[in-house]
Design a protein around this ligand. Structure first.
Ligand SMILES: C[S@@+](CC[C@H](N)C(=O)[O-])C[C@H]1O[C@@H](n2cnc3c(N)ncnc32)[C@H](O)[C@@H]1O
Length: 252
């Protein structure tokens, strides 16, 4: 890239950050009443967020025909769990067998992960606060309650703690579990490898895995764990159509 082009690119990036900050200000100072805001949230959804919704929609269509739970390893605020519940309601309104499970410490990256200072500072190290899992649990129930067969609730689980311990324990305690979909969004090798080892015996042909950063040199742990786990397993891999840095793996 020429110096001139580099300056132009940096300026363009700076301008985009400025608009992003302005969007935040405009949302905070929204003239919409809270009720109106709930119906018009799209006013503030950026393309970089909308694309995540599209990715999950694509995933849902792929796993709809197979049984099993939908899991997110690295849940943080739980937006994806809520989206999955609502995609379930749209695609399979009467299927109350779709357990949706979120694994997270809910207190951010464990210190030894070495992630706290580096790539997580914009979100306070992803610490959601002690009471957040209760809030998220109720939020999931509220969404469930508004959807078809809303009187049947309780199919969602939030598992707090280090995945290296909670994932093997969860599957030992719930041997009936089948896994239709798992999203890996933690980053480091150890929890990703532990979660992969825990779920693989419970997956079947057609099960889908979504990896957030399989090709990112900044955090090679995901790729290393993936290659180890899939060395002798048949699978198909593709990059997400709308979000090329995310990868989709389907068991064959
Ligand atoms: C990038 S954030 C996840 C973002 C979320 N998937 C989303 O799309 O909104 C990574 C999450 O992984 C969690 N995490 C990291 N290491 C973990 C571990 N060993 N056990 C459980 N959760 C972990 C962090 O607490 C953090 O919430």
């Amino acid at each position: 890239m020429s110096d001139e082009a580099a300056v132009e690119a940096t300026t363009a990036q700076g301008e985009a950050f400025g608009f992003r900050a302005r969007l935040g200000e405009m949302m905070q100072a929204s003239p919409l009443a809270p009720d109106e805001l709930m119906f018009n949230l799209g006013l503030y959804v950026r393309s970089s967020l909308l694309v995540k919704f599209l990715v999950l929609h694509d995933v849902y269509r792929r796993i709809q025909h197979i049984p099993g739970a939908l899991i997110e390893f690295g849940t943080w605020r739980g937006q994806n769990l809520v989206l999955l519940e609502n995609l379930r309601a749209i695609h399979e309104p009467f299927n109350k067998q779709r357990t949706i499970i979120g694994f997270d410490t809910f207190s951010g990256y464990p210190e030894e992960a070495g992630m706290a200072a580096k790539s997580t500072e914009t979100h306070g190290g992803y610490d959601t606060g002690r009471t957040y899992p209760d809030y998220l649990g109720e939020l999931l129930q509220v969404h469930e309650g508004m959807n078809a067969f809303g009187h049947l609730r309780g199919n969602h689980r939030l598992i707090a703690g280090d995945v290296c311990e909670t994932a093997p324990k969860y599957f030992a305690d719930h041997p009936e579990t089948l896994v239709a979909f798992a999203f890996f969004d933690m980053g480091p090798y150890e929890p990703t490898a532990a979660a992969l080892q825990a779920i693989l015996p419970h997956m079947m042909p057609g099960s889908v895995l979504l990896f957030d950063e399989l090709t990112w040199a900044g955090a090679p742990g995901e790729a290393i764990a993936f290659k180890e786990a899939f060395r002798d397993r048949p699978y198909k891999i593709e990059k997400c159509q709308f979000y090329p840095s995310k990868s989709l793996v389907t068991l064959t």
